[in-house]
Ligand binder design. Structure first.
Ligand SMILES: *Cc1c(COP(=O)(O)O)cnc(C)c1O
Length: 226
């Protein structure tokens, strides 16, 4: 089942990319494997998935050491500062940098390890009270501040769009995140590339791709209900 799901998702990614005049190869599929057993991750790995999304550090610590070396983990959930040290050992990218103190903690731990960490800033585009992230107006100032940290590389932005019945309802959210990333890129801040836009989940990743997503985070659509 996982094999068929991955194939279907890839086809939808290709269709959405072509529909909007983009190269399908620009889009990375992140298989969101939170709560799922290692055997499910391996099934996805066997059909070519190399990027896995998790929202708890503990789960990353349990799974990552047992996966092949070319499987990469992405931290996509709210990260507590006291978990940063453990998290950075195993993650390729942290999508959910949602505060300056968190960025500072990642900088400090990355410096100790002598590594640079790729991060995205999480933006709460829709302004939902229940969600983490910078407001759109806080984002450029945050990029400027965080870009001074020499062990962090700000690769772009991430958002978790509202849960909606019709994906079209999130088109405006995705468009706004894209616009924000273009505005920030036009400011040319050193140490910031803004080439990644992580947006779109099972319910709305096709719309997100049409609006410029370069990473889509698909859980249910690959592994089934949690
Ligand atoms: C769980 C989760 C996803 C995947 O959600 P699905 O609807 O199952 O595809 C994507 N992004 C984040 C941040 C998540 O926590």
């Amino acid at each position: 089942m996982i094999k068929e799901n991955v194939e279907a998702v890839r086809e939808h990614i290709r269709d959405a990319a072509l529909r909007s005049g983009r190269e399908p190869g620009e889009i990375t599929l992140i298989a969101v494997s939170k709560t799922k057993p290692l055997s499910d991750l391996m099934a996805a790995y066997e059909v070519g998935c190399r990027d896995f999304g998790e929202n708890r550090v503990q789960e990353i610590l349990e799974k990552a050491p047992h996966m092949p070396e070319d499987a990469h983990f992405h931290m996509i959930g709210h990260l507590q500062r006291n978990k940063v040290k453990q998290a950075i050992r195993y993650v390729k990218m942290i999508h959910s940098v949602d505060s300056w103190p968190l960025a500072q903690q990642i900088e400090s731990e990355a410096a100790k390890e002598g590594r640079a960490i790729d991060i995205l800033l999480e933006v709460n585009v829709a302004g939902e009270k229940s969600k983490y992230g910078f407001t759109p107006t806080q984002t450029l100032p945050a990029v400027r501040e965080i870009s001074r940290f020499t062990h962090l590389c700000i690769r772009g932005l991430m958002t978790v769009a509202p849960l909606v019945d019709d994906p079209e309802k999130n088109r405006g959210v995705f468009r706004e995140l894209k616009k924000l990333s273009v505005d920030i890129r036009n400011q040319i801040v050193d140490n910031v590339s803004m080439d990644v836009l992580s947006m779109g989940m099972t319910g709305d990743y096709m719309v997100a791709i049409e609006e410029g997503a370069t990473m889509v985070r698909v859980g249910t659509g690959i592994f089934g209900a949690r």
